[in-house]
Design a protein around this ligand. Structure first.
Ligand SMILES: [Zn+2]
Length: 249
């Protein structure tokens, strides 16, 4: 007999499997990332309806058997879709990016409530996509994902000499995520964080996304930082992100 689990979850992807079914991946609140088969989901009038779109939040019932990696999807009810967000090119690209990072950073069967809540906060902020918001929200999400996964350091202290770097001075952040004061700086690849950037990044780690992206003046540095994050993430994950490769085409 399978063991049944009920949980809220975000759909990561649903890919065709044979003629009738879909292979799905979910980031669940209770049990972390799980993969399973949604039987009959490719049929026209499937009971899964539109609930299997990327980053839809759903109430999920699944059954698992010991020793089997794939679970059986019993029921999947839509709580909230991101259909409206995904209808613009920027929105769609961002959804793919969020899915890719959650998929890369979250190992199977390890719940992470902070990442789950981060995703929820980002998606609710995304309800209004205009101007720079999508790009700043991506920046916000990337820094937090790196932080919650243990890769984004405190920007107050030099990792080499361990001295506190005063807030009115710049600090160098290497592509490996190592902060170095100006005197110690030895790496070539990285980014100089001005006092202003350090201030805004400190705020990022204490403020909810809506409040943070309302700050003024970030357009002066965010482009450069987004490019740095792309390199930082591919260093951490040891590969180029798919969503970034698509953008270059
Ligand atoms: Zn130093």
């Amino acid at each position: 007999m399978p063991q049944w689990v009920e949980t809220t979850a975000y759909v990561l992807y649903a890919r065709p499997l044979g003629e009738r079914d879909k292979l799905c991946s979910f980031f669940t609140q209770r049990t972390g990332k799980v993969r399973g088969v949604a039987k009959g989901a490719r049929r026209l009038h499937s009971r899964f309806g539109a609930s299997l779109e990327p980053l839809s939040e759903v109430r999920l019932w699944y059954g698992e058997r010991e020793g089997q990696e794939l679970v059986t999807i019993g029921q999947c009810e839509l709580i909230e879709s991101v259909f409206d967000i995904g209808s613009t090119p920027e929105g769609e690209q961002l959804i793919h990016h969020l899915v890719e990072l959650v998929d890369e950073f979250c190992p199977p069967h390890q719940p992470n409530d902070r990442i789950y809540r981060l995703l929820r906060a980002i998606l609710s902020s995304l309800r209004v996509v205009e101007g720079d918001r999508a790009r700043l929200l991506k920046l916000y999400f990337d820094v937090w994902m790196l932080r919650l996964s243990g890769f984004f350091p405190s920007l107050d202290r030099c990792a080499e000499c361990e001295a506190l770097v005063p807030r009115n001075e710049a600090i160098f952040l290497t592509i490996e995520g190592r902060p170095e004061c100006v005197a110690c700086q030895s790496a070539v690849r990285g980014i100089i964080l001005s006092p202003l950037m350090r201030r805004d990044l400190r705020a990022l780690l204490t403020e909810p996304p809506d409040r943070w992206i309302a700050r003024a003046g970030m357009e002066a540095w965010s482009d450069q930082f987004v490019e740095f994050l792309r390199q930082f993430l591919s260093h951490v994950l040891e590969k180029e992100l798919k969503t970034e490769r698509l953008q270059e085409l």
